[in-house]
Design a binder for this molecule. Structure first.
Ligand SMILES: Cc1ncc(COP(=O)(O)O)c(C=O)c1O
Length: 398
């Protein structure tokens, strides 16, 4: 098989490798070389690769019923919605296939809410450095110009403020702008693993401003949700409850599924015919979602995430504490970013040579998002290979 195929649209810069199979935190190329996957398909493979219980569940479901239309009741959706509602303490779920679609549903709900407030052109407050997807709506909501350039005209109706800056939002509230919602990642993923200085306070203040102004508070937990940060959802590091939360990535542990979860009042804005998705929440995807959540619970994976996150971060902090080229190491659970003081995308290739899969986001931030099943021995291998890769990279700059 040729790795470079001109019949694929060149929308990705791909690394010169492909994988044939996986097991746990490991993936194997065609020569059976074994790589530690510290990226999990970008926060997707919650249970690692080929988890036997997940394989059994989706195989069983596939042999019964893969897909039926949302014209009919789908039992697996009901079971998964029930679980998500319990975990989030919200009210109802709309299922789709990806993060950007979950966010499109949230944006549409925010628009409906704005019109209910009698705003003819309601705006949504979004963040610099935020990332919400690649559809026209979600790229317009995203913070980086690189996602938007060339796709003008963008969708209007977004007001952008710096992340973790309450004063900037108050300023907008005071100017009586027509706003219906704040849309924010509690921890920015693509933006560089940016954690608010005081997540409890930041989210609490956002909640207060939304309540005072009748705005919706929408959390994009597509990357930070499903146990990734050591809580079911990153916002649960605070006492704040959003009006809407979006999920995808880790929810199906590799099987595509997205979810937009809403509170009772916002749910009432949705009426038959207002939104839909052909594949959204089909029995196969939902069975993957149900099984992923069950295994996280049964195997105490959230506890493991906290433990392994601390283990990895401690080793990295120890090693790099006096290194002037490392600006900071930011982490919550297994969402880990190591920021260098200059662009460092070459580290990805160096790590690949050392049989470690990582990624660099926001040019200077090495990002780790290993599967939540990683154990201490594997975390140690991850750290050894990563330290080796970063040091090799830094040496090439001396
Ligand atoms: C926070 C966040 N929201 C939305 C998305 C878009 O998700 P998808 O690629 O599944 O559309 C991503 C993807 O990286 C993300 O990190």
């Amino acid at each position: 098989m040729k790795l470079i195929n001109k019949k694929l649209m060149p929308s990705y810069n791909r690394l010169p490798i492909s994988f044939e199979k996986g097991r746990g935190v490991w993936v194997f190329d065609k020569n059976n070389n074994k790589y530690l996957d510290a990226l999990s398909g970008i926060a997707v493979n919650t249970l690692g690769h080929n988890h036997p219980v997940l394989i059994k569940a989706i195989t069983k479901q596939a042999s019964k019923l893969i897909h039926v239309s949302n014209y009919y009741h789908i039992q697996e959706q009901v079971i998964l919605a029930d679980k998500l509602v319990k975990l989030s303490k919200l009210s109802s779920v709309f299922f789709c296939n990806s993060g950007c679609e979950a966010n499109e549903a949230a944006i549409k709900l925010a628009r409906l809410h704005g019109h209910k407030l009698n705003l003819d052109t309601p705006n949504i407050i979004v963040m610099e450095g935020g990332f919400h997807g690649r559809t026209m709506g979600t790229l317009s909501a995203s913070g980086g110009r690189s996602y938007q350039a060339g796709f003008e005209p963008l969708m209007s109706g977004f007001i952008r403020v710096p992340f973790d800056d309450i004063a900037a939002i108050n300023n907008i509230a005071n100017k009586k702008n027509k706003v219906s919602a704040i849309f924010v990642e509690p921890i920015q993923g693509e933006g560089g693993i940016n954690i608010p200085k005081n997540i409890k306070q930041y989210l609490k203040k956002l909640r207060e401003i939304c309540d005072e102004n009748k705005w919706l508070l929408i959390f994009d937990e597509v990357q930070s949700g499903i146990g990734r940060t050591g809580k079911w959802f990153a916002h649960q590091h605070s006492a704040v409850k959003p009006d809407i939360m979006t999920l995808a990535k880790g929810l199906g542990s590799g099987v595509p599924i997205g979810a937009c979860i809403s509170n009772k009042v916002t749910t009432e804005l949705m009426k038959p015919g207002k939104h839909g998705s052909t594949f959204g929440g089909n029995p196969l995807a939902c069975s993957a979602g149900i099984t992923t959540l069950n295994i996280i619970e049964k195997n105490n994976l959230i506890k493991n995430t906290v433990k392994q996150g601390l283990f990895i971060t401690n080793i990295l902090n120890q090693r790099f504490k006096d290194n002037k080229n490392i600006i900071s190491i930011r982490s919550l659970g297994l969402m880990i970013g190591i920021e260098l003081n200059f662009p460092c995308s070459d580290i990805v290739n160096i790590a690949l040579e050392k049989k470690l899969l990582i990624n660099v986001t926001s040019e200077k931030v090495v990002r780790l998002l290993p599967p939540l099943i990683i154990n201490e021995k594997e975390s140690k291998v991850l750290c050894d290979r990563l330290i080796n890769s970063i040091e090799t990279f830094l040496k090439s700059y001396e």
